[in-house]
Ligand binder design. Sequence first.
Ligand SMILES: NC(=O)c1ccc[n+]([C@@H]2O[C@H](COP(=O)([O-])OP(=O)(O)OC[C@H]3O[C@@H](n4cnc5c(N)ncnc54)[C@H](O)[C@@H]3O)[C@@H](O)[C@H]2O)c1
Length: 278
Amino acid sequence: MPGRVEGKVAFITGAARGQGRSHAVRLAEEGADIIAVDICKPLDGVSFAMSTPEDLQETVSQVEKLGRRIVAAEADVRDHDALKGAVDDGVRQLGRLDIVCANAGIGSTGGRMHEMDEKTWRDTIDINLTGVWQTAKVSIPHLIAGGRGGSIILTSSVGGLRGHANIGHYIAAKHGVVGLMRTLAWELGEHNIRVNSLHPSQVNTPMVMHEGTYKMFRPDLENPTVDDFAEASQVMHLLPVPWVEARDVSNAVLYLASDEGRYVTGSTQTIDAGAMLK
Ligand SMILES: NC(=O)c1ccc[n+]([C@@H]2O[C@H](COP(=O)([O-])OP(=O)(O)OC[C@H]3O[C@@H](n4cnc5c(N)ncnc54)[C@H](O)[C@@H]3O)[C@@H](O)[C@H]2O)c1
């Protein structure tokens, strides 16, 4: 039985672990080949461990075990030429491009907006917003040249639809992704290229599963545990869950990437256990 994205090629940034790896595996399960990019090194201002070249290799192994092809490269989404080189090389090897997941992002230590230093602000805007634009920019010529339409999926956040204190750099970048998505949907509709954004609540990935997040959610406790975090996180949701899994987000990616989502463009897709209603 053919898969839901059989024969298509997907370009995914931030693919070494977390949601990016999950998207690669989910799309490969349904028949896609993958172009995977990740920076695979520590980043300024990020207090938790970042991904490694071994993590990216693990994504490669998991996709190959599914019988699909994958072209992986270490590249920074802030580096236009490196990103372009990676997608150009992937398309040369795999023959086409259909799906783009601009997923790479960081969560760095924040603070009040009037006290935040410029580097903290810039690093997050550069990766979480400019990096998303550059991912789209280097991909769009391939999608148009293919003449088969396409699906561009930009990872925002619940924080791209509403505000929060102390992470204004992240909130501003993720709101910016929505503006970019809406602009691209206008610009690319005539090519049958659809553009949508994803808005997950807390996702069970290394970005949130560390002490820094536990403390952010439980400032009332000196040494909060993951269970203390879960309690506070669940209060944000209508459904009785503290977070969603990466695969839940990947299933939304699969719908938007496949022909099932063929007339969906310009939408903000929440995967948030009802958080946006609270
Ligand atoms: N985890 C959450 O709770 C959550 C919620 C909403 C949105 N998001 C967003 O989802 C996306 C994926 O995050 P995740 O939860 O999988 O976290 P993660 O930290 O596990 O994965 C992010 C990946 O992006 C890569 N990356 C970071 N900066 C990069 C750069 N400059 N160039 C290339 N790669 C880079 C990292 O190396 C890492 O492998 C991010 O955009 C994040 O902001 C996460």
